[in-house]
Design a protein around this ligand. Structure first.
Ligand SMILES: NC(=O)c1ccc[n+]([C@@H]2O[C@H](COP(=O)([O-])OP(=O)(O)OC[C@H]3O[C@@H](n4cnc5c(N)ncnc54)[C@H](O)[C@@H]3O)[C@@H](O)[C@H]2O)c1
Length: 335
């Protein structure tokens, strides 16, 4: 007899809930919550919440979801229960939605990042979840990206020798994309310490500026995060400068470039970094691995690769960066 499926409620029916996958082929590895639950096959998305009626209906139709609600409080009123609740509403709505989701007593909440914009609010959500034994998992996606995990393991095993420095390039807000970068850095380098926060640039979100940052990670590794402007293009890149070469994560993890070291054939005594080779990333596997983590956590007690407490640590650092940053110089405040 097939195992019973875990039931799911999705809150917010936009891009990360499902829309990113709606124009992709049905067999493509999913980027979204609805896509991952469906592809995995051990979940049943029974209901969704979306205030925009047209969007809600389109979402229900595309993903074959039986029930749609305008707001989360209506679900509460209907006395429904779900094993898993995915929070995919806009970040500013997370705190309220999380509070209501907790009242529904799911077994696990899978929350989009950032959990909230306030450290105190995130602390409260974590405390409430813990007191009711609700698992809280946060979608810092690279926690499930096999290529990022391999880099973490290779670094820990000393495959590339000492890590000399890390350089990053990001845009679209320190709490939004910046927190993804800080989360990945902390996976390799443990606790990160802020050295310098530069000037705020409001390049996308009115409440979340992009900020250049200098940090120090474990083993005193220096980390420099430069910024670009979200109006120009999206960018999320990291360059890991090791003793024995340079590893570059590009296009958010869709491409990697690995550059070893060789003797310079023309100038005796010089060692140079090779052009290296490109290899495809494994980011596409991350969402599937995330929902597999949910299934195993609920069915077999597996640890969550990214818990609310992990996310809180990153959020505290984002808040410190935001607080220490220099004021913007009349840049594009309201793009
Ligand atoms: N992990 C990632 O890589 C990643 C990528 C994209 C977005 N995100 C995060 O996902 C969240 C949603 O982003 P998005 O790009 O999908 O946004 P979106 O605007 O495409 O979708 C949000 C949807 O939620 C609906 N909504 C608004 N208020 C609501 C409420 N209170 N309850 C339920 N639904 C509500 C909106 O009408 C909209 O359809 C954000 O927190 C964002 O930071 C994460």
């Amino acid at each position: 007899m097939p195992a019973e499926k875990l039931t799911v409620l999705i809150v917010g029916c936009g891009n990360i809930a499902g829309r990113f996958d709606e124009r992709r082929s049905a067999d493509a590895l999913p980027y979204t919550h609805a896509g991952a639950y469906r592809y995995d096959g051990r979940f049943l998305v029974q209901a969704c919440v979306e205030p925009d009626r047209q969007r809600r209906q389109a979402f229900q139709q595309y993903w074959g979801i039986a029930q749609g609600f305008t707001q989360l409080s209506d679900v509460l009123g209907a006395g429904k229960h779900y094993d898993v609740i995915s929070i995919c509403s806009p970040s500013a709505a997370h705190f309220q939605d999380l509070q209501l989701a907790i009242k529904l007593r799911p077994r696990l909440i899978f929350c989009e990042k950032p959990v909230t914009y306030s450290v105190a609010e995130t602390e409260r959500i974590i405390a409430d979840c813990e007191s009711l034994s609700i698992l809280l998992m946060v979608n810092y996606t690279r926690a499930w990206d096999p290529a990022c995990r391999s880099l973490q393991a290779d670094y820990a095993a000393g495959k590339w020798g000492a890590l000399r420095s890390v350089m990053g390039l990001y845009n679209k807000g320190i709490f939004n994309n910046g927190s993804h970068m800080l989360d990945l850095l902390s996976m390799l380098l443990g606790e990160l310490h802020l050295q310098y926060a530069g000037r705020t640039v409001y390049d996308f979100f009115a409440d979340d500026p992009t900020i250049p940052v200098v940090l120090e990670g474990g083993n005193s590794v220096p980390i420099h995060l430069a910024i670009s402007h979200a109006a120009d293009y999206a960018v999320f890149e990291l360059q890991w400068v090791f003793e024995q070469g340079i590893v570059l994560m590009e296009a958010g993890g869709f491409n990697w470039r690995v550059r070893g070291v060789e003797d310079n054939q023309e100038m005796a005594g010089y060692r140079i970094v090779q052009k290296g080779h490109f290899q495809a990333g494994e980011y596409e596997q991350a969402m599937l691995r995330a929902v597999d983590n949910i299934y195993r956590a609920l069915m077999a007690g597996e640890a969550l690769a990214k818990s609310g407490r992990d996310a809180l640590q990153v959020q505290r650092l984002c808040a410190q960066i935001r607080q220490s940053a220099l004021p913007s110089q009349g840049d594009i405040q309201d793009l």
